[in-house]
Design a protein around this ligand. Structure first.
Ligand code: PLP
Length: 412
């Protein structure tokens, strides 16, 4: 093997395999983290982060999670594999939180996944197995990872406008038109709540209209619920999904516990499938299990077991809900406090969750960063959690300076 190591492989006649790969662009948000860290200015503001932060800029571990982890550590008797379906108790305890206490459980199947991303990918693979001709309709802009995840399952993606950023209003007619033009068997990928990156969610009457359209057209609702509890609270944030489940005989929910339990790196998610009948739900389940085997074989246990322990305990559940409420109130507080600083920021109060997107040019994004030390994604998305009572006014002043906002007499 010594001789092999000394060979100069570049001189060999056989073509190199990796040299033919196309270079992929780096993640623009990760690049932003590096730029922010290197900026020496004390008043710099980071609105790029995609995770929850408290006023001190920390992403804390929930106390309920710490307590559940301690219990897990003390009682776990084996590290043997969980099955490909994951932690069934976790899956079942979460179900009524999403679908309500009167959920048609016999028509619902699914499994634990590797985060919300794993659920999205598995759902895409399942759709591709059932109907390789399906087109997935997505409102733009959307979470940057949606198109690659859907594309990785070789499904076609077609986009329509979700929002008009100039007026910050939903393009509801265009969304409906996309569904009217869809083929039966096509898929509508919708954000269940707290739309990432715009915060622009559907009102209940709009969910009703979309659900009726999907049911009439035979379009499958594919709901991405990654932020339940961070908009209007756990119940209200599930309203869209429950409306869909009432009208549509079949749907998919890709769920993430990574934000609402603060478990990001533990990769906790689940895929829920609603079928026309219990038999079809079971049939689909056998396919999800085989997809799991071919993807990750068995999911990781720690995060899902932690969530299960919380949901099994009345006391820990209450504590988790209180902590989640506190996060939601901080997000909504920052939204309304920033909105109060300038009349053109009023839209922030109508929008929900961790993100909103400004109607802003790449030049203005660069100017905000270079001139004012304000870091945001090149798309103009801001993470509401990067805002604190101390940086609200400097941020609004920077928006004025870079002409993102027209001047009023002065910042209120
Ligand atoms: N869906 C949306 C809209 C998201 O914003 C995210 C994460 O940022 C996910 C899904 C994936 O979540 P997870 O980290 O659990 O894979």
């Amino acid at each position: 093997s010594g001789a092999l190591l000394n060979k100069d492989f570049r001189l060999m006649a056989i073509n190199s395999l990796w040299a033919g790969l196309e270079r992929q662009p780096p993640d623009s948000l990760l690049a932003l983290i590096g730029l922010y860290a290197a900026d020496p200015r004390p008043g710099k503001i980071d609105l790029g982060v995609g995770v929850y932060k408290d006023e001190a800029g920390h992403t804390p571990v929930f106390a309920a999670v710490k307590a559940a982890e301690q219990h897990l550590l003390a009682t776990q008797a084996t590290k043997s594999y969980v099955g490909p379906e994951g932690d069934i108790g976790f899956f079942q305890r979460l179900l009524p939180i999403i679908f309500g206490e009167d959920a048609p459980v016999e028509r619902i199947s699914g499994l634990q996944t590797v985060g919300g991303t794993g659920a999205l990918r598995m759902a895409a693979e399942l759709i591709a197995r059932a109907n390789p001709e399906a087109t997935v309709h997505i409102g733009a802009p959307t979470w940057a990872n949606h198109p690659p995840v859907i594309g990785a399952a070789r499904l076609k993606v077609k986009t329509h406008r979700h929002i008009d950023l100039a007026t910050q209003s939903l393009c509801f007619d265009e969304i409906k038109a996309a569904l009217v033009a869809a083929k039966p068997g096509d898929v509508a990928l919708l954000h269940g709540c707290c739309h990432n990156p715009t915060g622009a969610d559907f009102a209940p009457d709009q969910w009703e209209a979309l659900a009726q359209l999907c049911a009439e057209k035979g379009v499958l609702p594919f709901l991405d619920l990654a932020y339940q509890g961070l908009g209007d609270g756990l119940e209200l944030d599930a309203a869209g999904i429950r409306i869909m489940a009432r009208h549509c005989p079949e749907l998919l929910v890709a769920y993430s516990c990574d934000k609402n339990f603060g478990l990001y790196r533990e990769r906790v998610g689940a895929l829920y499938l609603l079928a026309r009948s219990a038999d079809e739900a079971k049939l689909a389940q056998t396919n999800m299990l085989s997809l799991a085997r071919a993807n990750w074989s068995m999911p990781p246990d720690h995060g899902a077991a932690t969530v299960r322990i919380i949901l099994e305990s009345e006391e820990l559940s209450r504590q988790w809900r209180d902590e989640l409420d506190e996060m939601r109130l901080r997000i909504n507080g920052m939204r309304s406090d920033l909105a109060a600083l300038h009349p053109a920021l009023g839209f922030l109060m109508q929008q929900k969750g961790m993100f909103s997107t400004f109607n802003i040019t790449p030049d203005q994004v660069a100017m905000l960063r270079e001139q004012c030390g304000v870091y945001m994604a090149p798309s103009g998305r801001i993470a509401i959690c990067g805002l604190t009572p101390a940086n609200l006014k400097p941020f609004a002043a920077a928006l004025l300076e870079c002409k993102v906002l027209g001047s009023v007499e002065a910042i209120a």
